[in-house]
Write a protein that binds this ligand. Structure first.
Ligand code: DGT
Ligand code: MG
Ligand code: MG
Ligand code: MG
Ligand code: MG
Length: 265
């Protein structure tokens, strides 16, 4: 059908279809959360180094996304970020990049705001938080595994640093400048030692949520239910989806062997 003489402008919209048969990883990250988390009065600022309310709210928003989009098989979250894995053959929005990134980022953000009062009942939101989003494509299973290993290693490195840093400041009475100086050039072993000898903190005993981040796995169970239909016994297959929230190791083989369906087509 002929459009108006203005319709030619539509031709300027260029396709942004993502490569077929490749894993998609969508990563969302809180925009300027450094400012966001400290914008509340001191008493209400995110707890240091980890605020379990804020982390649980992130998990809640991630679950909203996985409830809505069944093509997401796995997610990992830490701090103000979450990554989601869509299986390689997903046909979501015909694999249009902007459509996927903008819609999913928007839903995550609105869920974060919607559920804010549940996790922060005494802290009214001061301004609307936002998240950035990007998709990275990975052709191989090994790269997908390495991606998740990369995020979990990052969680560990940041958490060890932040735990030592805030122990030096909050318990050790150092200024933030002094604490940075104390930790400059230290390796992992030194930080463990500082935590244990100065503050009696055994790092490995800290909550797995903080050390490993949050992992959400979609588990689909097909059960065959016998149904009495017009006097005849018939069976019908039903798929139940559950989302499991874990704080476990995702680097070793055990995880990928136990949840081998994640990478399958
Ligand atoms: P961006 O992502 O480039 O827009 O900037 P930021 O400021 O969001 O930087 P990013 O994402 O590298 O760092 C996350 C910030 O969020 C960081 O300043 C610490 C803050 N944050 C996240 N989770 C917690 C928490 O549980 N407790 C506290 N105190 N801060 C947190
Ligand atoms: Mg950043
Ligand atoms: Mg951020
Ligand atoms: Mg971040
Ligand atoms: Mg529309």
């Amino acid at each position: 059908m002929a459009g108006s003489r203005f319709a030619y402008v539509k031709k300027f919209e260029v396709p942004d279809t993502l490569l077929p048969s490749t894993f998609m990883v969508l990563r969302l990250d809180g925009h300027s959360f450094h400012r966001f988390q400290s914008s509340f009065s001191d008493q209400h600022a995110f707890a240091k180094p980890n605020d379990s309310r804020a982390l649980e709210l992130m998990d809640r928003a991630a679950k909203t996304l996985m409830e809505e989009y069944r093509d997401i098989r796995l997610a990992i979250g830490e701090s103000d970020e979450y990554s989601f894995l869509l299986h390689k053959s997903t046909a979501l929005y015909n694999r249009r990049q902007s459509k996927i990134v903008s819609t999913l980022t928007s839903l995550f953000t609105s869920s974060y705001v919607l559920h804010w009062p549940t996790f922060f009942p005494d802290v009214p939101l001061q301004y609307p938080p936002s998240f950035d989003g990007r998709i990275v494509l990975y052709p191989s299973e090994q790269q997908v595994r390495d991606y998740f290993a990369w995020r979990q290693t990052d969680t560990h490195i940041n958490n060890l640093y932040n735990t030592a840093f805030w122990a030096l400041v909050l318990q050790g009475g150092q200024t933030t400048t002094e604490a940075h100086a104390t930790l400059r050039g230290t390796v992992s072993k030194d930080k463990h030692e500082i935590l244990f000898s100065r503050f009696g903190i055994n790092y490995d005993k800290l909550e797995p949520r903080y050390r490993k981040g949050s992992i959400i796995v979609r588990v689909e169970e097909t059960s065959v239910e016998a149904a009495e239909l017009s006097g005849k016994q018939k069976s019908k297959a039903k798929t139940h989806t559950t989302l499991e929230l874990l704080h476990c190791d995702i680097i070793r083989d055990d995880f990928w062997e136990k949840y081998s369906h994640i990478l399958k087509d």
